[in-house]
Design a protein around this ligand. Structure first.
Ligand SMILES: CSC[C@H]1O[C@H](OP(=O)(O)O)[C@H](O)[C@@H]1O
Ligand SMILES: Nc1ncnc2[nH]cnc12
Length: 298
């Protein structure tokens, strides 16, 4: 299927899988949807299927086979594509390093803050080009969705930590010891490479976004650990693959038919440009996101 705007809602719940989570288990009535968006092609085809009676759209962030580095993940296309499918609740699964003794490998964290240490090269907004919008981002994760994720993770028997700041680095190299120690001094709890700009774009697409962070290693600061390796990360992910799948399966019915989220109204107070001066091509590009607000103004 190729379409640039939403035609029919196909799923209101989405899951974006990170390292080690390239497919979702237990989906019934599966369809694969290949989308082209005004912001390019997403990481892979979306796989849509039914879990516990609800349609869910899954996308592997790095593509099947893990072809895309963190800097190459096309987050604008990925988030726009989810919105084209009708997704309004997105669970982001991510492998993260721990910067705190108490957040041990194998644990699950539902972070509540982000700190941007990417290098500014990743396209991180749908706006600009004649249409300026400034969404709020003081609370990057949706509280209601995080509550449900926490409940699901506890029900699955995981060791769960609620809250924590995830610092997002550019990568793909892991941190130096000096960087890891500085991240700890700054009070950060976790480190990863992909939550930004993904979370910002979900907000601009008015999708409620929460993260299931799987702790895979202690980064390099921990005296009891050698430098982090991909082998180490993959080993912990493999040992916890079933747990991640179980948490995701359990959170779907908790989201159910949905709930109101501030994220769903993120653009209501964000657009500053006079509709009369927005270029037609720009409007066409983001009609799916802003159409309802601009039509109201007209
Ligand atoms: C394989 S270790 C580093 C890699 O894993 C994480 O990916 P994701 O967030 O998609 O699970 C991390 O951000 C790096 O991209
Ligand atoms: N130590 C680490 N640093 C950055 N991203 C990670 N993803 C998993 N472990 C990580």
């Amino acid at each position: 299927m190729t379409a640039l705007q939403q035609t029919e809602p196909r799923a209101t719940i989405g899951v974006i899988g990170g390292s080690g989570l390239y497919a979702m288990e237990g989906l019934a009535d599966v369809e694969r949807v290949t989308l082209q968006t005004p912001f390019g092609a997403p990481s892979d085809a979306y796989v849509i299927g039914t879990i516990e009676g609800y349609r869910v759209a899954f996308l592997p962030r790095h593509g099947v086979g893990h072809r895309l580095s963190p800097s190459e993940v096309p987050s604008r296309a990925n988030m726009y594509g989810f919105r084209m499918l009708g997704v309004r609740y997105l669970i982001a699964v991510s492998a993260v390093g721990s910067l705190r003794e108490e957040y041990a490998p194998g644990h699950i964290v539902i972070p509540d803050q982000l700190y941007d240490r990417t290098k500014g090269h990743r396209p991180d907004t749908f706006f600009g080009g004649g249409l300026v919008a400034h969404v709020q981002f003081d609370r990057p994760f949706d509280a209601g969705l995080s509550d449900r994720l926490e409940q699901a993770a506890r029900a699955a028997g995981a060791t769960v930590h609620r809250g924590g700041t995830l610092v997002v680095m550019e990568g793909p190299q892991f941190s130096t010891l000096a960087e890891s120690e500085e991240n700890r001094r700054r009070g950060h709890h976790l480190i990863g490479m992909t939550a930004l700009p993904e979370a910002k774009l979900a907000r601009e697409a008015e999708i409620a976004y929460a993260m299931l962070a799987m702790v895979t290693d202690y980064d390099c600061w921990h005296p009891g650990h050698d430098a982090v390796t991909v082998e180490m990360v993959v080993q912990v992910l493999q040992a916890n693959a079933r747990l991640a799948q179980d948490v995701v399966r359990r959170v779907i019915p908790l989201i159910g038919d949905g709930f109101d989220s501030p994220a769903h109204h993120a653009l209501a107070t964000a657009i500053i440009t006079d509709p009369a001066v927005i270029p037609a091509e720009k409007l066409a590009q983001v009609e799916l996101l802003v159409g309802k607000y601009l039509r109201k103004e007209a």
